[in-house]
Structures are given as C-alpha cells and as structure tokens.
Design a binder for this molecule. Sequence first.
Ligand code: SF4
Length: 493
Amino acid sequence: MEKHLLSKSTFLRGLQCKKSLYMYKNFIQMRDQPSAEQQAIFSRGNNVGVLAQKLFPGGVDATPAKRSDNLLAVQKTKDLIDSGAEVIYEAAFQYDQVLAILDILVKKEGKWYAYEVKSSVKISNTYLLDASLQYWVITNSGIALEDISLVTLNSKYVRKGELNIQDLFAKTSVLKDVLKNQVFISEKAPELKTVALSAAMPDMAIGEQCFSPYGCDFMGTCWKNVPKGSVFEISGLPKAEQFALYSSGIRLIDEIPAKNALDKNVNIHLKSLKADEVYLEKERLTDFISKLRYPLYFMDFETFMPAVPIYEGTKPYQHIPFQYSIHYYEKEGGELRHVDFLAEHGKDPRRAFLKNLLEHLKGAEVILVYDALMERNVLNGLKKDFPEFLGNIDLILSKLLDLMQVFQERIFYHPLMKNSHSIKNVLPALVPGLGYENLSISSGSIAMIAFEKLQNEQDMFKALEIREQLIEYCKLDTFAMVKLLEVLKVYCV
Ligand code: SF4
C-alpha cells in the first residue's frame, strides 16, 4: 500500500483553501508561529476522546508503537478485524491514498458502527464533513457501516457524584448527512490529491476563506503585502464588508470616502482617526460619571470551563470562577487599595470564591466592571449553586456598573482604539505604556487554560510561578479600569 496523500485534516484544509493544502505539503516551514493563546490551547491536552472510549469498554487500541506509522496502524486495524475484535479504538483505514483514523469502531450483532468523538457540545458542518470523509474511506476499504455517529458532550449533563459516562456524552447518528455528502467527497478527494501532488502553487487570492472555518496558518505569507492601515484593521467590521472595500480598490482606511454605507461605529472610528482626535459625547459621559458613588470598587473575575465537569452540580464547559481582583477607594480622592482571591487548585473553588468576595465587597456603593456580562453570569450561577447567599448576591448585582458601556456605545472614542471596545485595545490607546504585552498571562483565555493546567501540577515551584502570573494578570485588569476612569474624568472637566 502506498503512503497516504491526504488525511482527514489535510482534506479539510484543502476544502478551506487549495493554496493552504499546497503550502502545507510543500512549504510547511512557512507556517506562522502559533500565538501565545494558540500555544496555550494546543498544550491543553484533551482527555475527552479517551474518556469516550469508556462508552464501549474492553476495546483494543490500533495505534502502533510508533504513532506516525500510519500504514502499520491500517494493517493493525485489519488484523484486529480479521481476528474478531468487536471494539477498536483509533481504527485506521486507507482508501485511494486517503487516510482516516476513526475514534471508535464497534461491531454489534454482526454489523459495524462508527463513532467519532468531538470535545464540543455542538455539531458543526466541519464535523459532518469530517464524518463524511471517514465514512467514504471506511466503506470503500471494504467495511460496510450500518451507522456513523458523532459523540459530543451533553450540554444538559449535570455531575452528581461519580461521572456518568453514558449521560455525559450524546451520540448522534449523522448517517443521513454523511450519505448526502458522499458524491461531494468522492469528487473532492481526487481533486485535492492533484493539488497535493501539483508542481505549481494554486493561484488563490486572500479572501474570507482565510478565516473560516479556521484562521489559516499561512497568513504571514499570503497577507504580507497587505499595507499597514488597511481596511482589514477596522475591527468589528464584518469580513465581507472589509473584502468588498478591498476588492473595490479601497485598500486603506484613509481612502474610505467621508460618505459611505458603513455603520455608525466604523464612521466614528474613521472620523476620529482622520482628524486624529477624540470623539466625545460629553453630556453622556458626565451622566455616566455622576453614577459613581464611594466607596467605589473596581472588580474583575476569572473563570475556567472544564470540558468534563470536575465538580459536583456542574455541567460541561460551565464557567467556574476561581479568581478575582478588586481595587477600591473608600472615599473620593482617597488611597487606592487592592485585595484579591485566587482559589487553591485541586479543590472546587466556588464556595471560597463567593465567601471571600462577599467579605471583600462589604460596604461597596458602586462596583465598576468591564463587560458586566461575565460577572453577571457568574453571580447568577452562584445564586443557583448557593441559594443561601441569594440576597447578598442580588445586592452585589444591583451595584454593578459597566465601564465598557462608555466605549462600546461610543460615548468616548480614541482614534487608537481600532474600532474596538476591548480593554486590550482601549487601555494602550488611553493609557500609553500600560498594557498586557509583557505579561506571561496576557488574556482571559490563557488565564483559563493556565488554571486548568494547575489542577494537575505536581511541581510546587511551577505551580507557584503560575499562581503569581495569574495574580499579576487579574490585578492589571482592575488597575486598568482605575486608570481608564482617571482619563475619562479629565474629559468631563
Ligand atoms: S492565507 Fe488565505 S489564501 Fe493564503 S493559504 Fe491561507 S486561506 Fe489560502
């Protein structure tokens, strides 16, 4: 058997963009370095697939000793089938130089059933195409499949005691969609094999395919001639509108005419950028500032979302709060103080988080947050988990005031905010020199993954280092709000 030309991932890569497939096959060294965020996600590890094997216990793993030896995996799978194995994990098949490795293959009453595991709670079109390719390869290899299913996490599952594997996962037959896709797969497979073998790079202009379904890892190459200050830097403007401008010849933000069909926020951004001045609705800003009362608190939460619930009463991907930072002024013009909380790892953090929070917020008149949605959701979740604290939590909820509103509603807009109201863009625009770029943990998602990894960290020094990084990151989130408010107050005078 010849070595495979396409795998499931290169097939899907080719569907997204033929040039991406060609580059992957011929110039893999030109791939972009993953960002800190992507690196954190890659290093996350995923035990969902292994856990799902428990749905069909007693199986045999077809993975060869040398994982990359796919031909051996195909042979091992064949041998297992021939020897009468009824449950095979990581079953490998190859047809027409296309390789497919299926998570679980099961034989019931003489018929074969395929299961592909996804650590998601939803079925996407990409997953359906993935299953369709698996079906095409497996059935053409001579195994008639009675059914093919996607195994996803059940979003309604609530952990009670030990994990209930049968309830944790949802098995959904996707046979109907898979059968509909078979002609498409049989046409695309040879087409993409030709691309993989081609001597010439496919002529592909940059387009919306660079972002969907996944951000392409060759953007550093294909996008290198896109000029600085291009229309693609207008964040918040849909990709379709950015490309419509670009292909109409308007490549730079500066070239966009004053009268255009773009939305209000984009036009505020353009006006502010071209004039190089702040856009301000002073009356509305003064009104916002007038809502501040002392003691004034600035608060930020961090949460993590385990795919598989690890605590009693929680669901897959539930936000579990584990950390907060609070800066506060007892009185206007008073000293700025700071308190924080970071849960001990390895334990359910929710009760300790809530009890400390209630203690630290005693006396607060107004609590400023940045993007109140997260804090509101966490607090409402804690009301359900700890109904005995319902009244106290409601009191906190009634005191929340969202600082992001000022930037989101364009009450105040700085030309360097890049048409964004994310604190990561607002902070460097308003408070130059204060930013997240020098922190080891520089975003909420990296913090989330860092805490998740901390759960199993055995090295005490490594654990301490991560905890310090988490504290530093969360502290900056609330200090940033303090500084932003100082700037806003200057504009109210
Ligand atoms: S950056 Fe865009 S055009 Fe270039 S390979 Fe990727 S998807 Fe294709």
